[in-house]
Design a protein around this ligand. Sequence first.
Ligand SMILES: NC(=O)C1=CN([C@@H]2O[C@H](COP(=O)(O)OP(=O)(O)OC[C@H]3O[C@@H](n4cnc5c(N)ncnc54)[C@H](OP(=O)(O)O)[C@@H]3O)[C@@H](O)[C@H]2O)C=CC1
Ligand SMILES: Nc1nc(=O)c2c([nH]1)NC[C@@H]1CN(c3ccc(C(=O)N[C@@H](CCC(=O)O)C(=O)O)cc3)C=[N+]21
Ligand SMILES: [Mg+2]
Length: 305
Amino acid sequence: MTPTAPAPTAPHLIDGKQTAEDIKVEIAAAVAQLTATGQRAPHLAAILVGHDGGSETYVRNKVLACERVGYDSTLLRFEDDITEADLLAQVAALNEDPAIDGFIVQLPLPKHIDAEKVIEAVRPDKDVDGFHPMNLGRMVAGLPALLPATPSGIVELMARQGIKTSGQHCVVIGRSNIVGTPVSILLAKNLDTANCTVTLCHSRTKNLREICRQADIIVAAIGRPEFVTGDMVKPGAVVIDVGTTRVTDANKKSGFTLKGDVNFAEVAPLASRITPVPGGVGPMTIAMLLLNTLRAATGAVYPKK
Ligand SMILES: NC(=O)C1=CN([C@@H]2O[C@H](COP(=O)(O)OP(=O)(O)OC[C@H]3O[C@@H](n4cnc5c(N)ncnc54)[C@H](OP(=O)(O)O)[C@@H]3O)[C@@H](O)[C@H]2O)C=CC1
Ligand SMILES: Nc1nc(=O)c2c([nH]1)NC[C@@H]1CN(c3ccc(C(=O)N[C@@H](CCC(=O)O)C(=O)O)cc3)C=[N+]21
Ligand SMILES: [Mg+2]
């Protein structure tokens, strides 16, 4: 009989926070090199519309991260009654501003604004979110592109944590344009950091539990707290939790707890490796946004205009 390794008794956490710190140290060194040769520091701008608590936190974290690595940053804030035309004019101004290397428009946007239209208005060489169809198309085709931050952050996190992906069956839950769809494409690519066999699941998927049980790697990007339960996870699987939902919690000073899409208490004892929330995918998203900004500033993907 072949001896089988005992199931781990303690969760083997995937430290996204530390990995993101490592990347930020590398970026800071690159910035120091740029400025030492007389070039200006990269400059990231963010547009924030309205007062959504989560969006405020993420944008604040992005601005703080810029300072940490030595970038310049600009935050443009607008009330949620800004018209679509005015927002598009702001995008056009950032497109044309030679002092701005890259910018993002924080999502979600108010309902009266067509988010697709705004995303398409961002000049692809400044689209550090990697949401523009030009960048998504180039990514699909395997051409150099500004890659979406959360998907590339997941791939980078697994690579740096020594998680084997090649030949592994990865089940992605969620097919949004910003997470589920692009991460499924990246993980299926013929790259040393990918080469997964990918199954993409969504709200119409039949037998989701059975499909998840066949996964060597689960990527949960649903936006429903604790959706992935223990009965959906094969013992020894790697579990990547993208979800970040604020759940009301009277015991917390802030009034809420950040919940992932994975029932951590049930799944952590089963998983060989698992990302915590917070401290997993979220910090990687920010690190990859900074990396995209460096690539935009240095003309690594598109020639500087
Ligand atoms: N950590 C980070 O850096 C980031 C975290 N997030 C978080 O990730 C989560 C997902 O975000 P996002 O992709 O934008 O979410 P969306 O709401 O855009 O997409 C959710 C996806 O989940 C699917 N889904 C919903 N219910 C079910 C179900 N019962 N069974 C199977 N699939 C289901 C939907 O299916 P269908 O298409 O059929 O509707 C959809 O494809 C959120 O919590 C968000 O806050 C997002 C971005 C970055
Ligand atoms: N144009 C655009 N680009 C985005 O990249 C984008 C967006 N819109 N809209 C919302 C989602 C969500 N998102 C997160 C980024 C960082 C954390 C993050 O750093 N989370 C910390 C905790 C932060 C906290 O304390 O709330 C963590 O998980 O450890 C989470 C979520 C980016 N998004
Ligand atoms: Mg969302």
